[in-house]
Design a protein around this ligand. Structure first.
Ligand code: FAD
Length: 313
């Protein structure tokens, strides 16, 4: 078993940023990463100052390189289990072996639970989208459909109206909005199309529409899908963390305090696992902050130990 100051599970922007902060604080760190960041299907990362247009894979490569340059150990594996030990945590790896740390930081992100519509998964991150700040500019002034998957569709349709005057709300068998909501949609020029969406229609590697039950095709150039999300929090739940419902019905998340600490002593979380709306840059910022707070808590432990030894001597 290898011992570190901090075990970080998840090597996305949050985990790698924490590893850089902790490495620069001369802490020994291991990052365990399964290599499946949420934005992997997208061609490029946007709204990350100075890195706009970088591919998610390249951003991960640069982040890993930077973390390693400050001494972080990077392990390509799935963290399959975690146990509390006398002085921290022991994490078992899919590659075999166990790593131990005085503190645990979980930055495992989330999964977008896409509805089961033919062709949707293949277009996800290309012209099937969820976030205006990630992709809105790329589809500005195009014909955009918003697929209703729940009450948030209304909010998304009105939001994307900033990026295009050609917005269609595809009800997809969800209930018709309330009268005042219909009025607001009409005032913003947003058309409502009823009926189930059966499949995405793609030509020459581009979305050209959606086929509705019964056979009609609604021409579109982009499809917005506000899919529910599931945090990858199995390790934390096994340790005893309870998930919290998101107030807007996006799913559940791991609640932390302002320092990124969970309800369990010694266990931190950052990035999408604790903030469902976090972007790449804000996940990285949360990782940095959690890393700094973990270092502060380790420093407090080190001071206490030094004092006890000093008094014994
Ligand atoms: C299609 C798409 C495009 C996007 N585009 C943008 C954009 O342009 N700009 C932007 O700011 N945001 C974008 N986002 C949001 C962005 O993906 C997230 O903000 C960001 O990935 C969150 O970072 P994170 O570190 O919390 O999680 P992630 O990046 O998801 O990283 C989590 C890592 O933990 C690993 N992991 C999970 N469980 C385990 C385990 N048990 N053991 C080991 N490793 C594990 C995963 O494999 C993954 O590598 C996009 C999202 C999607 C879906």
């Amino acid at each position: 078993m290898t011992n570190f100051d901090v075990v970080i599970v998840g090597g996305g922007p949050a985990g790698l940023s924490a590893a850089v902060a902790l490495g620069r604080a001369k802490r020994s760190v291991v990052v365990i990463d399964a290599g499946e960041p949420r934005n992997a299907p997208a061609h490029a990362v946007h709204n990350f100052l100075t890195r706009d247009g970088t591919s998610p894979a390249e951003l991960a490569r640069l982040g890993r390189e930077e973390a390693a340059s400050y001494g972080a150990t990077l392990v390509d594996a799935v963290a399959e289990g975690v146990q509390r030990t006398d002085d921290g945590f022991a994490v078992t790896l899919s590659s075999g072996g166990v790593v131990a740390g005085r503190r645990l930081l979980v930055t495992t992100g989330l999964v977008d639970e896409l509805p089961d519509i033919e062709g949707l998964r293949e277009r996800w991150g290309i012209d099937a989208l969820h976030c205006p700040y990630c992709h809105g500019w790329e589809v500005r002034d195009r014909a955009i459909g918003v697929l209703a998957t729940g009450p948030r569709a209304m909010h998304q349709a009105l939001m994307f109206r900033q990026w295009s005057a050609d917005i269609t709300l595809l009800l997809n068998d969800q209930p018709l909005p309330a009268t005042e909501e219909l009025e607001l949609l009409a005032a913003r020029g947003i058309e409502i199309v009823q009926g189930r969406v059966e499949r995405l229609v793609v030509e020459h590697n581009a979305l050209v529409g959606v086929e509705l039950r019964g056979g009609g095709v609604r021409p579109l150039e982009a499809l917005v899908v506000g899919a529910p999300v599931s945090v990858r929090a199995g390790l934390l739940v096994d340790l005893g963390v309870e998930l919290t419902d998101h107030p807007m019905g996006m799913g559940q998340y791991v609640a932390t305090d302002q320092a990124g600490a969970t309800s369990l002593p010694g266990v931190w979380a950052a990035g999408n696992v604790t903030d469902l709306s976090a972007q790449v840059i804000t996940s990285a910022a949360a990782g940095l902050w959690a890393g700094a707070q973990i270092n502060a808590s380790l420093t407090a432990d080190d001071e206490q130990r030094a004092l006890e030894e000093y008094r014994r001597a």
